[in-house]
Design a protein around this ligand. Structure first.
Ligand SMILES: [Mg+2]
Length: 259
């Protein structure tokens, strides 16, 4: 995928709109190309005896003879890829059911650097094949070292997050929800803030990586998201951190009573 996608990033060809994806976003040529590559590998897996059901961002659902569900976002951060900004990823999850808590494998690869994150439910989180050893973000009880916010244009979602942003030393809006959560799991992003609902599907694998790294994630109001559906029509807000103290401070700043 890296060999095929990376050289095209930022080109006119990459940006061509080729249709509308099952996830509801426009499909550009790069999304389609990335999906075709994933599909080719899954077809090969099927021929060698694996049985599963694919849900992919562009093509929707396809039956490969059984379960589990294999969730694929072939290109997360596709606007970055389209514009030639080097921060986008392929995202996979394997799940026994259709809720976050059912996910048993998560995999994210940064298609620019080749860095890989993965996790097994109950088996830990890994970076480049080695056990992920996250560095707990420094926290003085007052300020949050680095906040990563995902908010669509328009002032409202940013306004909802403004009490948190006021305590942030640094703020980023990097553009790949999956990579953002991996870096939250690694401790580089101290707090991931998603005040407006985003597609839950893209978060399934990355949230397992965060959980297995020891992190905590709720929705923006502090409610658990374990039973949130991972299907393409499901959306959720998010507040995630490796540090339970930073997460608790964020909820406190938002005026949410911590359970
Ligand atoms: Mg995508």
């Amino acid at each position: 995928m890296r060999a095929a996608v990376q050289p095209l990033a930022g080109t006119a060809k990459a940006r061509e709109v080729v249709g509308l994806g099952a996830g509801g976003d426009q499909t550009i040529y790069l999304d389609q190309l990335a999906e075709q590559i994933v599909l080719r590998h899954l077809e090969q897996a099927y021929r060698s005896g694996f049985r599963f059901r694919l849900i992919s961002e562009e093509l929707g659902e396809r039956d490969f003879g059984g379960l589990p569900l294999v969730l694929v976002d072939p290109l997360d951060g596709s606007v970055n890829a389209k514009m030639g900004l080097p921060y986008y990823a392929v995202v996979l999850a394997v799940t026994d059911g259709d809720q976050f808590r059912d996910v048993r494998l998560g995999y994210v690869q940064n298609l620019v650097s080749g860095e890989e994150f993965h996790a097994y439910a109950g088996g830990g989180a890994f970076y480049q094949g080695e056990r992920l050893r996250p560095l707990e973000p420094a926290f003085d009880g007052e300020s949050i070292p680095l906040v990563q916010i995902d908010a669509p244009s328009g002032s409202d979602p940013r306004e909802r997050a403004s009490p948190i942003l006021a305590r942030a030393v640094k703020v980023r809006q990097l553009g790949s929800a999956a990579l953002n959560l991996c870096h939250t799991a690694a401790g580089g992003v101290a707090l991931q803030v998603t005040p407006a609902p985003v597609r839950a599907f893209d978060l399934a694998g990355p949230l397992l990586i965060l959980r297995e790294a020891g992190g905590v994630a709720t929705d923006f109001d502090g409610r658990p998201i374990d039973t949130t559906s991972v299907r393409l029509d499901s959306r959720t807000t998010l507040l995630a951190s490796l540090s339970t103290q930073i997460h608790a401070l964020a909820l406190q700043l938002l005026g949410t009573r911590v359970a």
